[in-house]
Design a protein around this ligand. Sequence first.
Ligand code: SAM
Length: 271
Amino acid sequence: MPAERPSWAPQHIDLDKPNAARVYDYFLGGACNFEIDRQFAENFLTVMPEIELVARRNRAFLRRAVRFCVDQGIRQFLDIGSGIPTVGNVHQIAQQMAPECRVLYVDNEPVAVAHSELMLEHNPNAAVLQADLRDPATVLGSESARQLLDFDAPMALLMVAVLHFVPESAHPRSAIEQYLKALAPGSLFVVSHVSIDDWDGEQSRPGVPSYNQTTTPVYARTRQQVLELMAGTELVAPGLVWAQDWRADPSDDVDDKPKHSFILAGVGRKS
Ligand SMILES: C[S@@+](CC[C@H](N)C(=O)[O-])C[C@H]1O[C@@H](n2cnc3c(N)ncnc32)[C@H](O)[C@@H]1O
């Protein structure tokens, strides 16, 4: 029997396979997910119980990185792979510090886009575009980008927990080069990425292969491979580190097992 479609679910989405955006929403305690996502998430939790912590640490990195960008004078954000809105979205964090901040969200998942549209209905300084990271021409040439972003001024380009959904065969570096080329000097590139570096023979432990059952398989990269994706930018301190260790606030959930962040995080500056 086909899965039942809730009234808020956009047409033309595959309800018979889990999807990373909605599974991540479930791990963060959100309600924008379907039975198929919840089943996958619950099974995944048995393989990798720390996944909820991973999601929270990634989200905490995103919050700190956005604040860092605003502190550095950045007032515009291009957030690609922005996800389903949840607590502490980029425009909320940035506009709380500087109300004039402008944010363009980009995601290729219809549920994420539909919910972002609802949230941004009355926010003239933020918009969402349904597009694919792998298609920089569409993103950079979009009407939304033209209206919201000034490519002559520094901006923050965010690819937070998204690049591990893009395999080498889709040439992520080539897409990144096109985005970086479009940015003004002084722009910041915010990246977080699933990595199994340092897992010393425990490589099956984090359950990455489970995501092959979803519409969004995960491709973990080594630290060196993530650094290569960020080439052309100069990493700000502390460099590319486990998410919990990137400029943690005293109130952050930090422990002595940083690799359990499972996500490497860093910010690079274009000179
Ligand atoms: C794990 S969520 C991360 C959300 C948010 N950036 C965060 O870190 O909290 C990954 C998001 O990337 C999106 N995504 C995956 N592949 C994408 C692609 N090729 N183009 C655009 N978005 C993509 C998914 O739909 C999902 O919403």
